[in-house]
Design a protein. Structure first.
Length: 645
């Protein structure tokens, strides 16, 4: 028979180009990439042996019978392997769990095992083919080959349908086109035996898979030469799907800005490359990743986790050489265990951040490993976060009001609006707990907006029409996150307008840390709002890094001294001198002064003796609900009970 090799040769050339590109364009060594590499080689080998077998059969005078039998055997072997590897690739794409992977691999492996047994027996029983007088004949079981390929088409389709929610559209299109072309090639070749089309469908699926694979450059960190965060998330998701027990060791370097400034970008990158190479040598290419600028993560099989931790710690106790420089890298290390500690990729990242926060409290070069106690803390935090997000969504935050007492007028003249959160499951959640989380995630903006609106509603309902209450202002806290927003003014003014609140009745409290951190933007916000009549108070003065220059630089109209300084002044003579000095300076600047944390009559008298104008503390009233606060004001300010409501 005369064979036409044109399509087979063209397909082989296409796959050769893909192979060269695959080899020289660095691929991240994922399981999908490894299976694809095996599939590509199997398809090329199948094509080569198909051509050689046909050439041998056409030239029986030159090729001995045993040679043609070996070529035919090799062709069938790679043909069976190709269908199985395509199935294995789609298994990886479908991201089956460990149990699912084992079951499906067992189901998919049975036909390949049967095919292999029948192929090995073929030279003896003539199942797929046999030779007679040097002539090739199809065996009595040749139709099994079509059934074999069709079964894998069916199995691939079932997989894609069952996992359609996680498989992208490109992969579905690849499978459909491959099946259609493969079936078409089989039909054509069945009727035109001399036309070799076996490799056309293989070349098509190899090309489509390769074009759909992620760009390897997107998976490699250019500075250190190892996998980046995208590669890490992909590999971690693969580990989770297989439920392999692993330790995830993450190291974060401290004082990296100083290293960059001292060594320059080039030397800093060389240092990162050295760290990456050390970790690669220790753990292997597919287990080491640079997930942030100064952070590396390592995936280690659980039995080797402890040994790898110790080797990393030992190496970082030594210097690193960069050109002529010796550099000591200080790092914090956190260790998480799968499946004990986390179950999803987002869980891992949330827990990692929590552990590094714990490491920061332990000083330099801390090592924090997830344990039962930390797991309880983390569980508590996630529940608080969920409660906070639910309260933001459902507007379930409550605003309490704490009185501010005028020592000169002997009455309550102002209130501070304080946010409170009660959860059905967790009960009362302290403000320090949920506010810190809200500031970290930016949700403090939504909380601040709700507090301002509730304070304006309170003023409109109870204060504007009742001058006898004597409440002149309500103080509302503004966080650093809010001050960093360009639209702060546009966020505040419409709320006041909606409730018809005079701007002079709102005082925005800003901590001194905010003033230090965002001076230019804060000056702009304060200038815009001050023009409308809103005043500003510096809250917690003396608790941060600010000094009197902040009082000069920003248009504050009131200063609130932090309660920790006040409390210390009653026990420590030095603290007393500091407090008295601060009070004199603030008075010298002509600014009203509020002292927080006053809880006894003795403390109140001491502050009055120092000339403090306003007092805030439990002695004059705890934070109270709206109803309780109104009752307290009436009693303290001697307001008639029948005032208009």
């Amino acid at each position: 028979m005369q064979y036409n090799y044109d399509f087979e040769i063209a397909s082989w050339m296409v796959m050769t180009v893909i192979l060269l590109h695959f080899m020289f364009i660095r691929q991240f060594p994922s399981s999908k990439a490894r299976i694809f590499g095996g599939l590509l080689l199997a398809c090329m080998a199948e094509s080569v042996f198909n051509i050689l077998s046909c050439v041998g059969l056409a030239n029986t005078a030159l090729v001995p019978d045993w040679g043609n039998e070996m070529l035919a055997f090799a062709f069938f072997a790679f043909e069976g392997l190709t269908s199985y590897l395509i199935f294995r690739y789609f298994m990886e794409v479908c991201e089956l769990g460990r149990e699912g992977t084992q079951i499906v691999r067992w189901i998919g492996g049975l036909p390949y095992a049967l095919f292999s047994v029948l192929l090995i027996a073929t030279p003896f029983i003539g199942f797929f083919y046999y030779f007679e007088n040097g002539i090739y004949y199809q065996g009595f079981g040749a139709a099994f080959g079509y059934f074999y390929v069709g079964f894998y088409f069916f199995l691939d389709g079932v997989l894609l349908f069952a996992r359609r929610s996680v498989v992208d559209l490109r992969t579905k299109i690849i499978m459909i086109m491959y099946a259609a072309v493969a079936i078409g090639m089989i039909v054509i070749q069945y009727h035109v035996r001399g036309l070799l089309l076996t490799s056309v469908s293989n070349a098509l699926i190899v090309l489509m898979i390769y074009l759909s694979m992620q760009n390897p450059r997107e998976m490699i960190d250019s500075a250190s030469g190892i996998g980046n965060e995208s590669a890490f998330q992909m590999q971690l998701a693969h580990v989770l799907s297989r439920k392999d027990a692993v330790h995830v060791i993450t190291v974060r370097f401290a004082k990296t800005e100083r290293i960059h400034a001292a060594l320059g970008i080039g030397s800093s990158n060389e240092l990162l490359r050295q760290v990456g190479l050390f970790l690669l040598h220790l753990c292997g290419t597919s287990h080491v990743f640079r997930i942030e600028n100064d952070t590396f993560s390592v995936l280690v099989p659980a039995p080797a986790g402890r040994e790898v931790q110790e080797k990393i710690r030992e190496r970082f106790r030594q210097d690193w050489r960069v050109q002529e420089n010796r550099v000591m890298l200080y790092m914090d290390m956190v260790i998480q265990h799968y499946p004990e500690d986390f179950g999803t990729v987002p869980d891992f990242f949330g827990m990692k951040q929590f552990l590094f926060e714990q490491a920061q409290t332990k000083g330099s070069s801390a090592v924090v490993e997830m344990d039962e106690a930390l797991a309880k803390q983390y569980s508590r935090r996630t529940k608080v976060e969920a409660a906070m997000l639910g309260a933001i969504r459902d507007r379930n935050f409550k605003v309490f009001y704490q009185p501010i007492y005028s020592m000169r007028e002997k009455r309550i003249v102002s209130l501070e609006a304080l946010v409170r959160l009660n959860d059905a499951e967790l009960g009362f959640i302290p403000p320090d707990e949920f506010i810190a989380l809200a500031e970290r995630d930016g949700n403090i903006v939504h909380i601040g907006e709700q507090v301002l609106e509730e304070a304006c509603r309170f003023l409109a309902k109870h204060v504007l029409s009742n001058a006898s209450l004597g409440i002149r202002t309500i103080q509302v806290n503004v966080s650093m996150v809010q001050c960093l927003r360009q639209s702060l003014t546009e966020t505040i003014l419409p709320v006041l307008e909606r409730y018809h609140i005079p701007p002079s009745m709102i005082t925005l409290e800003i901590t001194e840390n905010v003033a230090v951190s965002t001076p230019e933007l804060l000056q702009r916000h304060m200038g815009e709002l001050a023009e409308r009549g809103i005043t500003f108070a510096m809250d917690d003065y003396g608790s941060g890094n600010a000094n009197c220059s902040c009082l000069i630089q920003f248009p504050f109209k009131e200063i609130k001294i932090d309660k920790e300084i006040v409390w210390a002044s009653f026990e420590n003579p030095t603290a007393r001198m500091v407090l008295e000095n601060e009070i004199r300076i603030i008075h010298g600047l002509g600014l009203p002064l509020v002292v927080e944390g006053i809880e006894t009559a003795e403390q109140s008298a001491a502050m009055e003796q120092l000339g403090v104008e306003y007092i805030q503390g439990y002695y004059y009233g705890r934070p109270m609900s709206e109803t309780e606060c109104l009752r307290h004001i009436r009693q303290c300010n001697v307001v008639p009970e029948n005032y208009a409501r």
